[in-house]
Design a protein around this ligand. Structure first.
Ligand SMILES: Nc1ncnc2c1ncn2[C@@H]1O[C@H](COP(=O)(O)OP(=O)(O)OP(=O)(O)O)[C@@H](O)[C@H]1O
Length: 326
């Protein structure tokens, strides 16, 4: 498969000055300022093939935005190399800008006082999209997202979901082959979230677009991304199939128990890692090979009225990786 993105030993350090709070300290800062260095991205390497949809995940402050900013040429790295479809992003060549787009759920690129159609037309001009292509793409995308009738409405009058759909059209009017999506469904209701996800799936399949998606919504990731790259404290802690995230860790299962009488936590603790407990209900993580024996103990020693034994969720697997690498 043709490679779209090659990242090798990427490092980004931010230098900043420590600022003390208070009048005295502020005066002191005028004469002496302590320089600090934040290692936001630390020796990150990965490759992404053309047409792949990859979830780029990590807790707050992990280094996701900093990495995406280097991949899109907004930031210059401290060291390391990035190759995106043959370009070095921070050289900011005109042709490079034509091949990608960024969609940020938290930031709008549309003019609030103008109809969305005007901002989309502005992008057509910036990217020099030929008239016929522009009309075809605008028709296709606005019909798919069901917002054709709203192109003439002032952006500030649109609902959050409608605005997000317009953001997508504006970002895709030049048919980029690479998309950086940063929390594209944040704040949307479940119907709009689903519409955005279905649309992104369509765009990826129809145009073989390469997509890097960051989202704190697991549903986005599970629906769209066969592969996940997890970053924590600037370092990659997992790169592989999303579904296999749990098989790389301790093989564990989750036992859910309902009791007919109030039960104490202390008694349960000796059988495994108690994840949730309220006296009448408990969730306990148990090693796979110990599930049979543990279940026998639970049934024999506790007033169990119902139980289920489940695989750990992908979300739990991800949380474990974060905790393990913190
Ligand atoms: N300009 C800057 N100067 C100093 N530190 C910075 C700067 N930009 C980012 N950082 C720090 O680098 C680290 C990584 O930040 P980054 O924004 O990449 O995280 P993130 O994974 O995108 O987090 P979130 O999910 O909260 O958006 C953080 O600790 C952040 O405070």
């Amino acid at each position: 498969m043709k490679s779209a993105i090659e990242v090798r030993h990427l490092v980004k350090n931010f230098e900043y000055y420590k600022k003390e709070i208070g009048m005295r300290q502020s005066l002191k800062n005028l004469f002496f300022r302590e320089k600090l260095v934040k290692e936001a991205v630390n020796n990150v390497s990965f490759s992404i093939a053309e047409g792949e949809v990859v979830g780029f995940l990590g807790p707050n402050g992990a280094g996701k935005s900093t990495t995406l900013k280097m991949l899109s040429g907004i930031l210059h790295p401290t060291s390391g190399s990035v190759n995106v479809f043959g370009y070095t992003p921070w050289e900011r060549k005109k042709q490079f800008k034509q091949i990608f787009s960024i969609v940020m759920g938290q930031k709008s690129q549309l003019w609030p006082d103008l109809p969305a159609g005007e901002s989309i037309f502005l992008n057509k001009c910036i990217y020099q999209v030929p008239d016929a292509d522009y009309r075809r793409t605008l028709d296709e995308l606005s019909e798919l997202l069901d917002v054709k009738e709203l192109l003439g409405v002032q952006v500030r009058r649109l609902s959050f979901g409608e605005r997000m759909k317009m953001e997508l059209i504006a970002s895709l009017i030049h048919k980029p082959k690479l998309m950086f999506l940063d929390e594209p469904t944040i704040g949307l209701d479940i119907i709009s979230q689903r519409a955005v996800r279905n649309f992104l799936k369509y765009y990826n399949e129809q145009y073989r677009a390469t997509v890097i998606l960051t989202s704190h919504y697991m549903r986005d990731i599970e629906d769209l991304c066969p592969r996940a790259i997890l970053i924590n404290s600037g370092t990659i802690v997992y790169d592989g199939e999303l579904k296999k995230i749990n098989t790389h860790q301790d093989e564990k299962k989750l036992i859910k128990l309902h009791f007919s009488e109030y039960t104490t936590l202390e008694l349960l603790k000796e059988f495994g890692d108690v994840k949730e407990f309220d006296g009448f209900y408990a969730e306990i993580e148990v090693k796979k090979e110990e599930v049979r024996v543990s279940m026998q103990h639970f049934l024999y020693r506790f007033p169990v009225v119902d139980f289920t034994i489940e695989e750990l969720t992908i979300e739990e697997g991800i949380a474990k990786l974060y905790r393990g690498s913190a």
